[in-house]
Design a protein around this ligand. Sequence first.
Ligand code: ADP
Ligand code: GN1
Ligand code: MG
Length: 364
Amino acid sequence: MNYDLKEIFECFAADGTYLSGEPYGSGHIHDTFLVETRESDKDNYILQRLNNKIFKNIPALQQNIERVTIHLRNKLSAVPGSDIKRECLILIPAHDGKSWIIDKDGNFWRMYIFISRHRSYNIVDSPDKAFEGGKAIGRFQAMLADMPGEPLNETIPRFHDIENRLDILERTIKANPVGRVASVSEEITQYLSRGEEMKTILKLGRAGKIPLRITHNDTKFNNILLDENDKALCVIDLDTVMPGYVHYDFGDAIRTVTNTAAEDEKELSKVRMDISLFKAYARGYLSETGKTLNQVEKEYLAFAPKLITYTIGIRFLTDFIDGDNYFKIHHEFHNLQRTRAQLKLVMSMEEQYGEMQKIISDLV
Ligand code: ADP
Ligand code: GN1
Ligand code: MG
């Protein structure tokens, strides 16, 4: 699809003149473009066509992001030497004052300042980077802990609720809309056999042992930008910031930080969890949150990566059976490849679970 990026850019009250616009990044949800401006002393921008099949209420989504980014900006302004434009996302309002526009074809768009001189990684290759990732997410949760006002809108209902994800998988298997079920019977068996154990966090929440906090809910490592020295810079992709358990953020970060291969690695022997990266991330994370988390939250941190890797695996499997309607894919079996790689990673975590528990208990 070709969009008139210049015309869309000009709907926003940006500083600078449109020079060029190109697809950018490797997100699975929105269509993201980098817009460069003509003037070398003006910001560049990230323009996004929002996926409104997935996010059904864009005004509610944008309201969350406005609140969160303003709160973060206020916090950072009080820190001497902070670089606001790079340490927190800044939305550019449209000329009507709203933080999004609808184009003539009914597409929703929003625009952020492009965070300059950042580094973004899909695979993490050193404990130092993992540690910085942990600090970034820990600090993010800590800064949002005192955000005033009503709870945030639930932009995707029951997003990490594993009972919900298992229900959707079972319904999709029954419907078998594109006839793929028979081809994935082994994967279905493997995933379903772990279902009961994965309800642990939900049960702790229901029993009042772990609180709902403001969490990010999509902490894969490419949503954490590092600076030119590979130090934590900014947490991006705020679409799913809403009430959640800290385990969701810890788990998703570990899923991506510790994987020795890509999320969609075809060669499964390359996929495993690197425990040294687990340890480094946990150290960074607990250095920022150790004082706020309760005992039960801490105790179950080691369990969280299995849960979230499993949950994302279930979602890839469901999307494959459903005919690839949710995640962007680049080839026919992409979601299946992702499903298998996540399962392999769950197994690697299961093998190293004892060590993970020991690392956490030594740290807390
Ligand atoms: P998706 O939900 O599709 O993953 P994201 O909001 O994460 O969308 O954006 C996709 C990619 O665009 C990110 O992974 C990152 O590389 C890049 N990106 C997004 N916002 C910014 C920003 N403000 N500055 C620099 N890069 C950004
Ligand atoms: C999506 O938006 P992105 O690409 O950062 C997805 C996450 C998955 C992830 C898997 C809103 O994240 O939940 O964990 O893909 N985001 C949404 O890579 O569904
Ligand atoms: Mg993203």
